[in-house]
Design a protein around this ligand. Structure first.
Ligand code: GUN
Length: 294
């Protein structure tokens, strides 16, 4: 039987839990968690993600600050904004929404964020701490997937997991987290990518598949073993004249044909996406409590 991994509902549950926690912190006279988000330019998708993050902060009783600048901001000016946020004791954590305009070096920006405020978990210090099993801010998407597998009670120990895609923010950290000695972990992981020789042969051996390549309908039913757990990270636009905006969002998985073969599967939208926001809130809560860096 196919079970839907309902990220939308689970994210709402987790947000309510965080809001309860924040109420207790406030009642005890503690600090209200405060997240800042930096948005550069007018990319519609980025603006919508950031709006969602800020709205979620409000739902949970956090303080939030949105810093918006035009796409022609200089790199120096952006680095100065980051410096100000690093030094502002009221800001517990912040993010700089990616992608950035071409004239700004994303690597430089990522390195400029103080690791103890890097609630996106993109700084190499957080990445390295994660890889060594030390306390760290975990990147939002892999952390959201770990939480989802945990809450749905999906056994990972001893399972064969195939990750498709080796990006710094999803595929690579996901492969590390699932191979860790942890409650959600202890998988045997195969990290696949564009140079993998026979990808369908790899995915057909998988108990758990994480699809994170960014290509619509990439994972088809013939690539999936009966009873596999399928997690779809993709958010791809495909033309759809029947929609007012002219497109619809689909994942990396051919959901219609893969779902009947899966034991568990995430939909798009409403699967992994909403869980990434709860990861960010969890990391900000940890930052305000100084749980990772004391
Ligand atoms: N762009 C796409 N995903 C993310 C994310 O998780 N964080 C930031 N800062 N930018 C993104």
């Amino acid at each position: 039987m196919t079970n839907i991994l309902d990220g939308k509902a689970l994210a709402e549950t987790i947000k309510k839990e965080i809001a309860e926690e924040v109420k207790k912190i406030k009642a005890a006279g503690g600090k209200t968690p405060h997240l800042a988000a930096v948005l550069i330019g007018d990319d519609a998708a980025s603006a919508s993600y950031v709006r969602n993050k800020v709205r979620s902060c409000e739902q949970c009783g956090f303080h939030s600050t949105l810093i918006k600048r035009e796409a022609d901001i200089s790199e120096v000016d952006l680095l100065n904004i980051i410096k100000g946020l690093n030094e502002n004791p009221d800001i517990d954590g912040f993010i700089v929404q990616l992608p950035l305009p071409n004239h700004i070096d994303e690597e430089k920006v990522t390195l400029a964020i103080a690791p103890e405020k890097d609630v996106d978990g993109f700084h190499p210090i957080n990445f390295g701490r994660m890889a060594q099993g030390m306390p760290a801010y975990l990147p939002a998407t892999p952390y959201g997937i770990v939480q989802m597998l945990d809450r749905y009670g999906i056994e990972t120990s001893g399972k064969h997991c195939v990750v498709i895609g080796r990006s710094n923010i999803v595929g690579t950290p996901m492969s590390i987290l699932l191979s860790r000695k942890a409650k959600v972990g202890n998988c045997t992981v195969t990290l696949t990518h564009s140079r993998t020789k026979d990808l369908p042969a790899e995915t057909r051996r998988a108990d758990i598949i994480i699809a994170a390549i960014g290509r619509a309908y990439f994972l088809t039913a013939d690539m999936v073993k009966e009873g596999a757990v399928v997690v779809d990270v993709g958010i791809n636009r495909v033309d759809d004249a029947s929609r007012k905006r002219g497109y619809r969002l689909v994942g990396d998985v051919d959901f219609e044909h893969v779902a009947p073969k899966s034991s568990y599967i995430t939909p798009v939208p409403g699967g992994v996406g909403p869980m990434t926001v709860t990861s960010l809130l969890m990391n900000t809560l940890k930052a305000s409590r100084k749980e990772i860096y004391s």
